[in-house]
Design a protein around this ligand. Structure first.
Ligand code: NAP
Length: 268
């Protein structure tokens, strides 16, 4: 029997990318899954695919506290408890700080940081009873500020700082708090990334087919939750960047600049 059989798992942002892969893997393993997103068509498609199975796909925008409260309440009304919360829903951005609107930065913080805080606040009492897990999908950008992604990096640094604090607060409670830093993973995130005017970019600057698959990423995440890990950093490029930044931060500035800029123009 799988570790996830009959466990109640909330995955925010389960209609695309890594979240969708998490939902699919969890459903294969007999979990009771509650997920959310903002796009009604994607939610409908997901719910239809798992009709008659233990999946609840809800329209909820995690940047709104009331939607997060509703998400948790619907999980309780349907399945009676919560074992694991995976705060996965997230958006990115591509725009220089000097040019970007403040609204783009607010959207990043509201979704990637506050969305995780709201969901954890309402789910924690149930997760505590089960000595379960709160997971946050962070990024290498939560260890190393990335150009063109100042709001994204800020939101992921905030996420990790907050998670480290509550992990420590909850040490004696039996609740495990874990953050995950995927490297570049094939998904919709770069298409949906906001530009300076708070609009989706509509294209990816990377060859998505050369990136880690969302399925592999989801498998690593689920294994780490099962093992009650503290953190998980995926891809060797991610590990090298974090190590370089820790021990040689000035060299890291130059190498990160070289990776993201060509002739002074942000190209990635
Ligand atoms: N892919 C990568 O290279 C990569 C690398 C490092 C970290 N990550 C992190 O991994 C997580 C998942 O990203 P992904 O790459 O899988 O992105 P993705 O393919 O764009 O999927 C994002 C999911 O989150 C949902 N979402 C976005 N904003 C939301 C909101 N306000 N409320 C509810 N749901 C929302 C999206 O649905 P709707 O748009 O319909 O709401 C979608 O289901 C993010 O936290 C991201 O920062 C990704």
């Amino acid at each position: 029997m799988s570790f996830y059989s009959d466990k109640v798992i909330i995955v925010t942002g389960g209609t695309d990318g890594i979240g969708r892969a998490l939902v699919d893997r969890l459903m294969e393993q007999g979990a009771k899954v509650v997920t959310c997103g903002r796009n009604y068509d994607k939610l409908y498609q997901l719910q239809t695919m798992y009709a008659g199975k233990t999946l609840l796909a809800i329209s909820a925008d995690v940047s709104k506290e009331s939607d997060c409260q509703k998400l948790v309440q619907q999980a309780i009304n349907t399945f009676g408890t919560i074992h694991v919360l995976i705060n996965n829903a997230g958006i990115s951005m591509r725009a220089l700080f000097s040019e970007t609107s403040l609204e783009t930065l607010h959207r990043l913080m509201d979704t990637n940081f506050w969305g995780a805080v709201y969901c954890a606040k309402y789910a924690l009492p149930y997760i505590t009873i089960n000595k379960g897990t709160i997971t946050g999908i962070s990024s290498v950008a939560g260890y190393r500020g990335l150009p063109g992604r100042s709001g994204y990096s800020a939101s992921k640094f905030a996420l990790q700082g907050w998670m480290e604090a509550i992990r420590t607060e909850l040490l004696d409670s039996g609740v495990n708090v874990m953050w995950v830093c995927p490297g570049f993973t094939k998904s919709n995130i770069r298409n949906a990334a906001l530009n300076k005017d708070v609009e989706p970019q509509g294209e990816s600057p990377l060859d998505e087919n050369n990136l880690m698959s969302a399925k592999d990423c989801a498998q690593y995440i689920l294994k780490a939750i099962e093992k009650r890990r503290r953190s998980l950093i995926l891809t060797s490029q991610g590990k090298e960047t974090i190590l370089l930044n820790r021990f040689m931060p000035e060299l890291a500035d130059k190498m990160v600049h070289k990776f993201f800029f060509k002739k002074g123009v942000l190209v990635k």
